[in-house]
Write a protein that binds this ligand. Sequence first.
Ligand SMILES: Cc1ncc(C[n+]2csc(CCOP(=O)(O)OP(=O)(O)O)c2C)c(N)n1
Ligand SMILES: [Mg+2]
Length: 567
Amino acid sequence: METNEIQTGARSFIRALSRRGVEHVFTNAGTDHAPIVEALVAMRRRGEPTPEFHVIPHENLAISMAQGYYGVSGKPAVVLLHVTVGTANAICGLMNARRSFAPVVLVAGRTPSTQEGHVGSRNVPIHWGQDSFDQGGMVREFTKWDNELRAGQSVDALVDRAIAVAMAEPRGPVYLTLPRELLAEADAIEPGPVSPVATAPQPDIGAIERLAEALAAARRPVIVTSTLGPRGGGRAALESIASDYAIPVIQAWPWCVNIASSHPMNLRMQGAQWLAAADVVATVDAAVPWVPQFVKPPADARIFGLGSDPTYSMYPFRDFPATELVSGAGFAALVRLREALAEQRFDAAALEARRKTIAELQAGAAAERARRIAAAKLAQPIDAAWVADRLNRIRPGNGVLVNELCLPFDHLNLEGDDVYFGETTAGGLGAGIGFGLGAKLADRSRAVVSAVGDGCFMFGNPTPALLVARALAIPTLTIVSNNNLWYAVRQSTLALYPDGAAAGADPMPLTSFGPSPRYADMAEAAGAWGKRIENPADVEPALREAFERTEAGQAAVLEVVTAPGTR
Ligand SMILES: Cc1ncc(C[n+]2csc(CCOP(=O)(O)OP(=O)(O)O)c2C)c(N)n1
Ligand SMILES: [Mg+2]
């Protein structure tokens, strides 16, 4: 019989993805995928729907793109990897996905287990060497769930379960392995029902009422968040609570846009002073709400920890005090809190006084920013704050901005429907360019900027990324902050040993690169537009030119020679 005619496990797998609305599969293929390649062509010949399987020539890029795609589309993202080795290359991105609650569905082949007797049996030496005792064990610490397809099981049901688990709160990555023999074998099992996305867990209303009471009686309340974002109306609820009751918001290492930059209660990242004297603190979706050795709320502050898992059980050690821990999705908690606050009585005069105090704090912070920008205008090497400032002026609205060790967050304007990707607490560098490309694939109408450090650029698989940008027609602008250094490593050494031996060493070991390549020229070699600038006066015209190129369909790389420590 023609393979066209056989319903193989591979065909059932592809059909299962299609039936669940999966549009894109970020693929880095291997010998384990032969039945999938065969099935794809057979299905297309027969006119059966299939997702688009994209060739992504590095797994780290593939998983980062998947996460970027989810960040904009809200849909589960599927990554197809080659057995153990392909999985190994994706683990850094998997750690990011886990810590930032991205429902990435990783699927890897499983090297054949039989030497003979099946279409899929071992036929090259790697099929022995790529076997492992526990393939899922490679990723188990950073997934919510992992499993392997067994003979006689429904592929459809397993894919359904993988997606359902990934999308349930708190969301996170899952790992599914598919043995080659089973992909190649006939699969007569009829596909089953498609599971809905599980509803978000709701918080205990009594606890939310106690928080509302505490906020109504507070003198210096504050809300701290990192990963809330707009999903489920969370950001909208936060913005209205903050406005209506003059409650300032601190974004601790923000991962997404939790509150508009221009919101009068957005303390940006300057909230330390407020937090240190707060009397009621609500942390919402904030794994690391502050770093205790630098700042913490007073010992007698009432602290409410809110989130799907307010204990953050995936973190081995974490010791933040709490008066109450309230389980329930952060967005659901804030929607309920808004309702509960409406039932409270606030002292109008006290609210006005607080509003005024915060406005003064904000004015001081704005003046500080303006002073820096005035100096940055002429500074050479270029101050990254100047790049942020010009980007704010030029960047089209409702865009996507990825910031991986490049731009100072406090200087960014994130408004409206802007999507922001910050750093995850996993800190797996090299995701920024991929986040941007995946975001662009999810919504080509958005202008996408990936702003990355030079170290991050190299971690981010720039060659595959530029290839993919062209091949998939997803032109993004990558800004490379070239300080020819791992500044972060230098800074951490100085923080521990300000007067130590290393402080005086030039170059400081393990921090500087030596002669850096011309990143812009590398981009040109890959068919992208590239430009390198050293003069602050060139930032704005170069950004304009770069956006013209991306709008015309060409990827752009703008290399900016920056002063260390200005991000
Ligand atoms: C995958 C990975 N490898 C190494 C590190 C350690 N690390 C943290 S910051 C940093 C330097 C990043 O350099 P760059 O992007 O140039 O930013 P800069 O610090 O110069 O501003 C390194 C190597 C990491 N976080 N992730
Ligand atoms: Mg650097």
